[in-house]
Design a protein around this ligand. Structure first.
Ligand code: PEP
Ligand code: MG
Length: 756
């Protein structure tokens, strides 16, 4: 039965269109279960009906489509209960409702399973038997498994607008995860890695060593990609399908493509050219084979070749002609992709992968660009030449929206602009509540370190400089001199304000292309300080560069990421001291005159650190709470995993309670504490944090003036009431709606939803 199921599902996935897929499937299921009919009903939420989308056996007299109102019949019962119904004689069942003008009355045995995607019932698959029949447990399991697989197909079909009928003028919309607030309207600009072997112009090279090195690097990156792809697909496709990734890895081995390409390079060809020749030769060999299975392997060879080529061509990628304003759509919006494109033209972002807290979302928020992430693995082609409207508050994306939706979006965008103008008109004022409670606003920096607008920001300093971002955008570790220059650029921009530089925080969701890490649980693995303490040479070079950059200035602060134990603080302090004296001596600095020992801080982002606060307080000068990771580790929810994205929530009562606890403990210990996670720049989050007693918030530039404006419009007494309610709430939804109501009542609703 499993084999049959696999065959059916594969058939559905391969079918050229959705209707054909469903029609073929119902026939195959009817045959497999030896029933008299099999039908699929799909929920039409506008009309509040289940509509028959395909059937083998069930029909109306005049051939029209069958519709069942929500709440009626056994179909609705299966949907309501969200479980399969196995009824030996449906004609006797109280929920039975004879469908008018159909041949359903001839049926008795019934087995129905709801088709559920992300907790939403999309439809029902149902089989009927003309005689009374109790289906077996295996048959039940078969239909439930099939329904689960169908759910993904139907969710995509819905997205693609294929379910639209004359009766049901559904707006084509997709729902992803809200990644960055705001609304945007624009043409889709689909970004995909473009590398075609047939477009490579053959060229010679007299630097074989260099070309081989380039090729090997590209292969290593391709391997890492494949591993990731395979990992993502695991559990979603049968193991034999998954094995294709092993085949791909095998193709990259020296014995397959590797040696052949390197030999051609040694004969004087550039890496791209050698790759092109070797792959094309393999392709034509496979294509010449009789065996149809082996013939197909030609496609795989070409595919893998183009993946390697993509990495080889990384730097020479052609700039496209871009529309003035567009919505960037990509499988995975990356830091480098955002960096490559002109920011002013990006009206919105859609990243098919990722979730609200992946770095793409963090970057989108920092750039003030509305973003939606984690839309199902729908094909990128689908977005080409489409007009899109994106709501970054709800995660909704409208495709080719009808005029009324468009004009609504234009209106909302205008209101958002008005709100932006009000906020920026007040940017020169201090961030303080109406009763005079002053809060220092700091900046989170990473990608965008050298922009004029940073100078014009009214901030008290840099609360978090993510030093790993420039590391991620290079081909190799930057040298000490290069790093010194990078850090100088940052420190010089804010000579009279503190700049908190965090040491390298790679690993987890921030891989370095030239330092590939393959771990089963990267977030629990070799990340942040764990990695750099294991590589003191990397750590020391970075600290030395920071110190050299700080010569003649006194604004450098150093922050350690992912600290779990005091021994990590001790070890880091020791290395920092070593670097300090080395630099002082080498550079002929006068300690305490033109080279200062930087204040040291620790990130509170691993829950264990909360219980180590007293032990660490004597060793450091300040604490900084990384609410992004703290949320992930407290809730045991991977911040980038789409399947559990709805569980990742900094408004979880447990997260808020721990933030409250940290503020209290730091107050008792007399240690300055700030928050530099995303919650600090979130309007509601900032209010709660101030109520808890945090007086330093660090956020992206986009939120600085928004948070200032909000703070200037509240009183501490109101904040205290909000916090008391939040700490008593049972779930994040209660907290969110309490905040939304409060903000709405204070005329600040435009900060938590679209519009003003
Ligand atoms: C955090 O974890 O909250 C944080 C600020 O660090 P990052 O998002 O870079 O992990
Ligand atoms: Mg972190």
């Amino acid at each position: 039965m499993l084999v049959t199921l696999q065959r059916i599902v594969e058939g559905v996935n391969k079918a050229p269109d959705f209707n054909m897929a469903l029609n073929t499937m119902v026939g195959q299921v009817r045959e497999a279960l030896e029933t008299d009919s099999c039908s699929v009903f799909i929920a039409d939420n506008e009309q509040r009906q289940f509509v028959m989308a395909a059937s083998d056996g069930l029909r109306t007299e005049d051939g029209s489509s069958i519709r069942v109102d929500f709440g009626e019949g056994i179909i609705s019962l299966a949907a309501q209960r969200e479980e399969p119904l196995n009824i030996a004689d449906a004609s006797q069942h109280p929920a039975n409702k004879k469908l008018v003008d159909t041949n359903e009355n001839i049926y008795r045995g019934l087995l129905a399973a709801p088709i559920i995607h992300r907790r939403k019932v999309l439809g029902i698959v149902v089989v009927h038997q003309s005689v009374a029949r109790q289906f077996t447990r295996e048959e039940e399991a078969f239909i439930v498994t099939l329904a689960a697989q169908l759910a993904v197909v139907i969710a995509h079909a819905d997205a693609k607008g294929l379910l639209m009928s004359d009766h049901s003028p559904w707006i084509h919309s997709l729902r992803g995860l809200p990644g960055s607030p705001g609304v945007a309207i624009g043409e889709a600009y689909v970004s995909r890695p473009e590398a075609r072997l047939d477009e490579v112009t053959p060229k010679r090279s007299d630097k074989p060593v260099h070309e081989i090195r380039k090729f090997r690097q590209a292969v290593a990156r391709t391997r890492a990609d494949l591993k990731e792809l395979s990992r993502r697909m695991a559990g979603q496709v049968p193991d034999d399908t998954l094995a294709i990734f092993d085949v791909y890895q095998g193709m990259l081995d020296a014995a397959s493509l590797g040696d052949a390409v390197e030999n051609m390079i040694k004969e004087g060809w550039r890496a791209q050219t050698a790759l092109k020749y070797v792959v094309e030769q393999f392709v034509s060999q496979f294509e010449a084979l009789e065996d149809s299975y082996l013939k197909e392997r030609a496609t795989d060879v070409r595919d893998i070749g183009q993946r390697v080529l993509m990495h080889l061509q990384n730097r020479q990628r052609q700039r496209k002609l871009l529309p003035d304003s567009f919505i960037l759509v990509a499988d995975e919006v990356t830091a480098s992709m955002l960096a490559e494109l002109p920011q002013a033209h990006i009206a919105g972002i859609i990243s098919l992968n990722g979730s609200s807290n992946s770095h793409a979302a963090i970057m989108a928020r920092s750039m003030g660009i509305p973003a939606v992430l984690g839309i199902d693995d729908i094909d990128l082609h689908f977005f080409s030449d489409r007009q899109l409207a994106v709501d970054g508050y709800t995660g909704e994306v409208y495709i080719d929206p009808p005029p009324q939706v468009l004009s609504q979006f234009h209106q909302l965008a205008e209101e958002e602009q008005e709100l932006k103008d009000i906020v920026s008109e007040h940017s020169h004022l201090p961030a303080e509540t109406q009763d005079g409670q002053r809060v220092s606003l700091h900046l989170n920096l990473g990608l965008d370190v050298a922009h004029d607008y940073l100078q014009s920001l009214n901030i008290d300093g840099v609360g978090l400089y993510r030093s790993e971002i420039p590391f991620m955008m290079r081909d190799q570790l930057p040298t000490e001199d290069e790093q010194t220059e990078m850090y100088q650029e940052v420190l010089e921009q804010f000579p009279d304000r503190p700049v908190v530089m965090r040491t390298l925080d790679v690993g987890g969701d921030k891989p370095l292309p030239y330092f590939p890490l393959q771990e089963d649980n990267p977030f629990l693995g070799w990340r942040g300080i764990r990695l750099t303490l294991d590589h003191p040479e990397i750590f020391l070079i970075q600290i030395r560069a920071m110190l050299r950059a700080s010569i003649g200035k006194s604004n450098l602060r150093i922050l350690l990421p992912m600290i779990t134990s005091t021994s990590e603080v001790d070890e880091s302090s020791r290395l920092i001291k070593q670097a300090y004296f080395e630099v002082a001596e080498e550079q002929g600095c006068e300690v305490g005159v033109n080279l200062f020992q930087p204040q040291l801080g620790v990130m509170i982002e691993v829950p264990a650190a909360i219980y180590q606060l007293p032990a660490m307080a004597s060793k450091v000068d300040f604490f900084s709470v990384g609410s992004n990771d703290l949320t992930q580790y407290l809730l045991a929810v991977d911040r980038n995993n789409r399947r559990v994205a709805s569980l990742y929530d900094a408004y979880h009562p447990a997260v808020l309670a721990s933030l409250d606890e940290i503020a209290r403990r730091c107050e008792e210990l007399g240690k300055p504490v700030s928050v530099c996670g995303e919650l600090a720049g979130d309007p509601g989050g900032a209010l709660l944090l101030v109520a808890m007693g945090y007086r330093q918030l660090s956020m992206n530039s986009y939120n600085v003036d928004r948070v200032r404006w909000i703070l200037r419009n509240v009183r501490s007494s109101t904040l205290n009431v909000m916090l008391a309610k939040a700490l008593q709430a049972r779930n994040p939804e209660q907290i969110r709606s309490m905040i939304a109501d409060k903000m709405e009542s204070m005329g600040l609703g435009g900060f938590v939803r679209a519009g003003k």
